[in-house]
Ligand binder design. Structure first.
Ligand code: PLP
Length: 269
């Protein structure tokens, strides 16, 4: 498939998607899972990856819209890099971030974008047609958060780390092994056996019904999310322990007791 700037938007997207996959050597191409893709990406030296992306985007006239909402929510690893750290990135990229995670302001609907001048200009124009800017006290609060002391950022990061460690430990006790996420406020958990074959949607419904715990089915994030559920670290430690106990009880129940919900028990042999 060759790039054709007069092709439909859909065809140009298909081309961009396919080219992004094919720019990697075959042995590095995205595997079946998101984790596989991330592992593959990590094998490429970052400077090479960055320059490759920059060159690739310039060549194919692709803009990068980077979403760095979790720039400050990381644990035991270096801070997630910004696309704007790459020399020359401002030629092709704009980066968004949100006050929701870094300053614990979810629902305040405020964040900011920086980067390419043309894209910022276009965003300003579109925003001026769509709305009139955030409520002034919220803008003032956001400016105070950004310009004020930053200790709260470390405190918020520490809260998520404690919750993450608590979740991994509690689920481990319940017999559910979940890789500890190195960043963000979510754990991406493989569906435990023997439930894997019912899929993430059915498993999420079962967890809600039997353990009273709400998780997001991986399939909701696209086909490669199947086989996983996403658990949000939005509850305090006590509630996470409570969820852990409830899930432990659920996972230790004999499958036969759920034969009305899933056909697993009968198909066990
Ligand atoms: C990856 C990512 N980007 C952006 C956002 C948007 O955050 P908000 O709408 O709260 O500013 C979220 C919120 O969960 C997110 O997870």
């Amino acid at each position: 498939m060759a790039y054709d700037s007069s092709a439909s938007l859909k065809d140009r997207f298909t081309y961009a998607r396919q080219s992004l996959v094919e720019m990697f050597p075959k042995w590095l191409r995205p595997g079946k899972t998101y984790q596989g893709f991330v592992k593959a990406l990590r094998k490429i030296p970052s400077e090479f990856r960055e320059q490759l992306q920059l060159h690739f985007c310039r060549h194919h006239e692709i803009w990068i819209l980077s979403d760095l909402a979790y720039s400050e929510i990381y644990f035991d690893v270096p801070p997630p890099p910004s696309i704007l750290q790459v020399p020359g990135a401002r030629e092709i990229a704009i980066e968004f971030t949100s006050m929701s995670k870094t300053y614990n302001m979810p629902g305040w609907r405020i964040g900011f974008a920086s980067g390419n001048k043309t894209l910022i200009g276009a965003l300003t124009r579109i925003k001026s047609y769509l709305d009139y800017g955030a409520f002034t006290p919220i803008q003032v609060a956001a400016a105070a958060a950004l310009n004020g002391p930053q200790e709260c950022v470390d405190e918020i990061r520490a809260v998520y780390k404690v919750r993450r460690d608590c979740l991994i430990e509690q689920m481990g006790r319940a017999g559910w092994s979940i890789p500890a996420p190195p960043a963000t406020m979510f754990a991406w958990a493989p569906i435990p056996e023997p439930y894997a074959r019912i899929g993430s949607l059915e498993f999420s419904k079962l967890l809600l019904e039997k353990a009273h715990v709400a998780v997001s089915p991986g399939i909701g994030f696209g086909e490669f999310g199947e086989g996983y559920v996403r658990i949000a670290l939005v509850e305090n430690e006590q509630r996470i322990r409570q969820a852990g106990r409830s899930i432990r009880k659920f996972l230790s129940e004999p499958l036969e007791s759920m034969h009305n919900v899933i056909p697993l028990a009968s198909s066990r042999n």
